[in-house]
Design a protein around this ligand. Sequence first.
Ligand SMILES: [Zn+2]
Length: 175
Amino acid sequence: MPRVCTICTHPEHDAIDAALVGEVANRRIAAQYAVSEQAVRRHREDHLPSIMVRSEQAKEVTRADDLIGQLQEITARTDRLYKIADGIIGKAASSEDWRTALMAVREASNANREARANLELLGELLGELNRNPTVNLHLSAEWIRIQTVLFSALVPYPEVGARVAQALKEIERDH
Ligand SMILES: [Zn+2]
């Protein structure tokens, strides 16, 4: 039967791992948590590296999730803003209210700029996913959703949409 690690099963294993990463001496950790120094040394050598890799991956996933959330929010806002501006332009033009029409055009062009900023953010995100296949797998369902949201928001900007589609194709080819 494999020996159970008294550190891994310790109720305060997170604090012990933090102390190990903080380079606290084995002897001090053993005394503080009432475990054997040998167990601390074995855990540091055999278990700590994989624990650190796992926690690093979890952080990456959280970061990518955050990015997607932000991107969805910005995209939805841009889309709303563009629709509002578009409606105002139509109404102002039919009543020949050129001042209002001009203001709405300015709003629409702001929305356009935001769409471009979204594109940059998406580019960073794609780079992130490209560098980390684990994250890529984890996000596939989320990814399909964001693509749908993004492309519908980019309908008023066909040239931007085409560039996004091109970037996605390149990513798929790389994999
Ligand atoms: Zn262990």
